[in-house]
Design a protein. Structure first.
Length: 678
């Protein structure tokens, strides 16, 4: 039986082997025809891409791609206790045909080329992941058993060190031409964190990778008539497509609009859409513009109609979508006040803004005042100035202010002085019986300094260096001062160090007590000493008076009486004299009319920035550890680096999306309702 069975088994093995060989040849032929051979990953079935994280190491293996601006940093991701550990970890999410989205562990954002018109040399950065966005898809092309190229789906370009730079901390990553024999600067190893040894080899690429064209078409959101012949149109770009922002023609009611008559602004709205603002200044205007029917066609490269034609009036469109667009409107003195802080703000805009705040804040303040106030008596103990100086140095360190480029001094009134992004100086004032005054002055002025220090090098010594507007500038200072500096996670992070600086004064105080004390709401006379809840009411008083002064309905001699009446109405306090009343600020005596609203706008902008920041990343985890690097990086990317390159409205849109004052009111209601158990 054994002698007759063996030949049958052998014959079967030969047949099966031949069949497997034929199938392998057919599979190889198909893959060659498609320009790809091999398997997607070495031992792919060993990896659970839903849970595994990976390191992306450059050729030497000493540096890896980091979350911050997608630059190289030393390989310390093996230490999970390091605060920066998560930002060096990447998740690979399969899409189709071997393509992956590469997202960061710290905030879930995806590696994406920066800007539009992607060419060799274009840097990559992080952007919120959008399903179906080919600009965020990558394939790993095999170089050898260790290294691969990381190939971009939309362009066929590959990741490499910027300009062939040597590996070092801070070296940026950019896109370059694919090569069958790539330079080591374009070679990477992909290491699984589970065992720190498994290497994803990638697929074999036999031909120059071909770009994948994105056929997604935008969706029009609103059409708005601003003036007789000035129209604003908003549409979304559901995915990033570099061809959509420059290679198109525009027609309105069948007539092509001259390129000199339109301009565009592009920004991410924080909700998954990229928005484009198309501004048309039609030379010939429109017949009966308020009731005009608009037929809009936006054509890419003269080939594809990439927008749906609309047959609606601008008013209907605006009402249907509820989109109150930003725009510039100059108001004469007969009509109201010209606001100098932001060219995108007019009197109607501010009236609506302050009306919203007044409607929400005044009842909230009344409810708060009915509750038992927190004990803040320990803030009035004696805090030696020398200890406060050392504490200020510590706060600057926590803020990430480089002392080689940012100094601190002492003045009667704190301020920030900037010369360029390598020399910014802040000041504070120390009161031995009021330690928190200097504490929050340093954080506030530090926010101004962070803005100036973060402006791009290429803008220095030009008219575009410096903050874009006071409203945006105040948003940064008040963001750090209030939204971060007065938050419980931040105070819990720094409080042990505070007790080291002031052991006798804070020995019987907890971080929770300190948090409640520095957020105590109390109507007061002096704007600069006001708490976060009542501060905007101080600004409203000044705004109402400025409107009446410029509009000619209030004489200068009547300012004190109006001031006192409004303080009683808004804040419920009696003003004893003009020194603590209408003469307390230096703005009007220096001619700075229209400046005060920037403070309130800054606070409101900041609240909306925080909301969007929380959608993009984990804010409070790192802050609770005293790590503000992620917060600063987000603000730097959205605001700081642009300096005066963009209009204030565009900077606000870039960081906030569509501005909505109710976000700030919601923030105050939530915070103070929790503080006072309302």
């Amino acid at each position: 039986m054994e002698t007759t069975a063996r030949p049958k088994k052998l014959w079967k093995k030969i047949l099966l082997g031949a069949l497997a060989a034929v199938l392998a040849l057919l599979l190889a032929l198909v893959m060659v025809l498609n320009g790809l051979t091999g398997v997607a990953f070495m031992a792919e079935d060993e990896f659970d891409f839903g849970t595994e994280y990976f390191k992306l190491l450059e050729h030497s293996g000493k540096f890896q791609i980091d979350w911050y601006e997608c630059g190289l940093w030393s390989d310390y991701s093996s230490d999970p206790t390091n605060p920066s550990w998560e930002r060096l970890n990447w998740k690979l999410t399969p899409v189709d045909d071997g393509w992956f989205v590469v997202t960061n562990r710290s905030d879930g954002q995806a590696i994406t080329p920066m800007g539009n018109g992607i060419t060799p040399g274009t840097r990559v950065a992080l952007a919120p992941y959008q399903e179906g966005n080919v600009a965020q898809m990558w394939k790993f092309g095999k170089v050898d058993d260790t290294y691969c190229q990381i190939i971009h789906r939309e362009t066929g370009l590959v990741l490499g060190l910027e300009d062939g730079a040597e590996p070092a901390n801070g070296v940026h990553i950019a896109l370059y031409e694919w090569s069958a024999e790539p330079e080591t600067s374009c070679q990477w190893s992909v290491v699984c964190l589970t065992d720190n040894e498994s290497v994803l080899q990638g697929v074999e690429i036999t031909e120059d990778p071909q770009p994948t064209k994105d056929e997604t078409k935008p969706e029009i959101k609103s059409v708005r008539l601003i003036e007789e012949n000035y129209i604003e149109i908003m549409w979304t770009l559901p995915v990033v497509n570099s061809e959509l922002v420059s290679n198109y023609t525009v027609t309105v009611n069948g007539h092509t609009v001259d390129e000199e008559e339109w301009g565009t602004t592009n920004y991410y709205d924080g909700k998954g859409d990229y928005m484009t603002n198309l501004q048309l200044n039609l030379k010939d205007g429109l017949e009966d513009p308020e009731n005009a029917k608009l037929t809009l066609a936006i054509v890419n490269d003269g080939e594809d109609d990439i927008a749906t034609k609309w047959e609606v009036s601008p008013e209907e469109a605006s009402e249907s979508f509820g989109y109150d667009a930003f725009y510039t409107q100059i108001i004469t003195s007969e009509e109201g006040i010209v606001i100098k802080s932001d060219s995108t703000v007019d009197m109607a805009y501010l009236d609506n803004f302050f009306a919203t705040l007044r409607e929400r804040i005044v009842p909230l303040l009344h409810a708060v005042m009915e509750q038992e106030p927190p004990d803040d008596s320990f803030l009035r103990r004696r805090y030696p100035v020398e200890g406060q100086r050392r504490f200020s140095d510590y706060l600057m360190e926590v803020l990430g202010l480089d002392r080689a480029h940012c100094a601190i001094g002492e003045t009667e009134h704190p301020y920030t002085l900037e010369f360029n992004n390598k020399d910014v100086r802040i000041t504070t004032h120390y009161h031995e019986d009021n330690m928190d005054f200097s504490m929050y002055s340093v954080i506030h002025e530090g926010g101004h300094a962070k803005y100036e220090l973060g402006i791009a090098d290429e803008l220095q010594y030009t008219c575009l260096a410096g903050g874009v507007s006071m409203g945006v500038h105040e948003s940064q200072s008040r963001f750090y001062e209030n939204l971060i500096g007065r938050s419980l996670p931040f105070i819990q992070a720094i409080f042990p160090k505070m007790q080291e600086f002031f052991p006798g004064q804070l020995a019987d105080v907890t971080a929770e007590q300190f948090y409640r004390a520095v957020n105590k709401a109390q109507p007061s006379l002096i704007r600069t000493e006001a708490d976060e809840l009542t501060y905007c009411l101080h600004v409203m008083v000044r705004y109402e008076i400025e409107k009446q002064l410029i509009g000619g309905t209030l004489a200068v001699k009547d300012v004190p009486g109006t001031w006192n009446r409004l303080y009683k109405e808004y804040l419920g306090v009696d003003v004893p004299d003009d020194r603590r009343g209408c003469l307390q600020d230096s703005h009007w005596s220096g001619g700075s009319f229209g400046y005060f609203p920037s403070y309130a706008l800054g606070s409101a902008y900041g609240a909306q920035m925080l909301r969007n920041m929380e959608r993009d990343m984990d804010v409070w985890g790192p802050v609770s550890r005293g790590d503000l690097s992620g917060v600063s990086a987000w603000l730097g990317e959205k605001i700081h680096r642009y300096g005066g390159l963009m209009e204030p409205a565009d900077v606000v849109k870039n960081a906030c999306g569509q501005f909505d004052p109710t976000v700030f009111a919601d923030y105050l209601e939530k915070k103070y309702s929790q503080l006072y158990a309302l």
